[in-house]
Design a protein around this ligand. Structure first.
Ligand code: PMP
Length: 411
């Protein structure tokens, strides 16, 4: 079957008339290989989606992370729908608020309490406010290249950001505890919080796992200097470990932010914290119109239970391991320098002999034209719905794409 994108392109032209950019943010076609990828989908089930031209894909974007158990998952969707029939946004909240907070405390290693919002950025902004309120200091340390959302202080946007928005943000390289210590010493008693991802997953770059002792050192520096350690586990949360990525890497943050994999695609995020952060959390006024909606909470409870029951993190790791081995072996057989960096469940693909992504784009384009949805600019995601047969099919498609890269680039 030849993949064409006539309907996608026509729809995009309609979209561009009424929506700035047609599709905005990280869902914009510019993040793929425009012209060779679908712009709009019509349906998704399991680890597959079908675009508006009828093309079928094995999906490794997983909606940038929320899909962990498979699209249109019967159990999660039924939990959501059942609760929706009982009302969605109510005042006072439903009993599910308590059930879900109890579940978060039970599941998460570092949690004595939990609160809920909608997006990752909501939970992270809440955490930063709590760190400042707790320490009564201004400064926050972030890592170069880390993504924490589009809040002005997070440094991702360039439009509409004032110098004042970034005035209290200090930067340090990810993974270098000595460099972090130097930033802390240069700003003695002025840093409220350190906000880091559990491992480094920048865009346009290979990923980096923490070196042995890194998190132990970071924890110690924070403790010695009364700095609140905040973990942004929005992207990696629960794909590595149902107890949270901090547990996976063997340390305890003071605050942890979750979002994407909580409810298999239904909109909910969470901030969890330790007892010492409880008082300041009790004083802070943070809220949103839909933050206490009950159907998302029902979906989250079902999703967490299902993830525990099937050990979703272990499945993602195992399938991701098969994918990594298969792709690296096939690439090597073609004489190509190719590597998957980061955890098995959240890999980033790159050709190690290029920095302009030309090979990666051609590779992804040829995979897309054969029904495998890969990314070149951003890490990808495995889900518990990917089967061994899906991975095998993906490796066979990748083999053909590697051949095309070889023919065009020679190495
Ligand atoms: N932190 C990380 C690590 C993320 O990957 C994201 C989303 N890609 C965010 C924060 C922001 O989450 P949201 O887009 O839901 O606000």
């Amino acid at each position: 079957m030849t993949y064409t994108f006539t309907q996608s392109k026509a729809l995009f032209q309609r979209a561009a008339k009424v929506i700035p950019q047609g599709i905005y943010g990280h869902f914009n076609p510019a993040t793929t290989v425009p012209g060779f990828y679908p712009y709009f989908i019509s349906r998704a089930k399991g680890c597959r989606f079908w675009d508006v031209d009828g093309n079928e894909y094995i999906d490794y974007a997983c909606a940038y992370g929320p899909m962990i158990l498979g699209y249109a998952h019967d159990r999660i969707d039924e939990a959501f729908a059942r609760q929706a029939r009982n009302g969605t946004a109510t005042m006072p909240p439903s009993t599910l608020l308590v059930d879900l907070a109890e579940k978060m405390v039970e599941v998460n290693d570092c949690a004595d309490w939990a609160v809920f919002a909608k997006n990752g950025a909501d939970a992270i902004s809440w955490a930063v406010a709590l760190a400042r309120g707790y320490r009564k200091r201004d400064k926050i340390v972030l890592a170069h290249g880390a993504y924490h959302g589009t809040q002005p202080w997070a440094g991702t946007n360039h439009i509409g950001v004032l110098p004042a928005d970034r005035a209290d943000v200090l930067m340090a390289p990810w993974g270098d505890a000595n460099a972090f210590r130097r930033v802390v010493e240069e700003n003695k008693n002025r840093i409220a919080g350190a906000l880091f991802t559990p491992y480094h997953h920048p865009v346009f770059e290979p990923q980096a796992l923490p070196a042995p002792g890194f998190w132990r050192d970071m924890r110690r520096i924070c403790d010695e200097n009364d700095i609140v350690l905040i973990i942004d586990d929005v992207r990696a949360g629960w794909r590595l470990d149902i107890k949270g990525s901090a547990h996976y890497f063997g340390f305890r943050p003071d605050l942890a932010c979750y979002c994407k994999a909580i409810a298999n695609g239904y909109p909910i995020s969470a901030l969890v914290g330790t007892d010492r952060m409880r008082m300041v959390a009790a004083k802070a006024f943070q809220t949103g119109s839909y933050w206490n909606n009950s159907p998302e909470m029902a979906a989250a409870l079902a999703c967490i239970d299902e993830m525990q029951k099937i050990d979703a993190a272990a499945i993602c790791d195992s399938r991701g391991g098969e994918l990594r081995r298969g792709l690296e072996e096939r690439a090597a057989a073609h004489g190509l320098s190719f590597r998957m960096s980061g955890p098995n469940a959240i890999p980033f693909l790159h050709f190690t002999n290029e920095s302009n992504f030309k090979r990666a784009q051609l590779f992804c384009r040829e995979c897309s034209l054969r029904g495998v949805y890969f990314f070149w600019h951003h890490n990808m995601f495995l889900s518990a719905a990917h089967t061994e047969a899906d991975i095998q099919k993906t490796i066979d498609v990748a083999d053909q794409a590697f051949q095309i890269v070889k023919d065009q680039f020679g190495e």
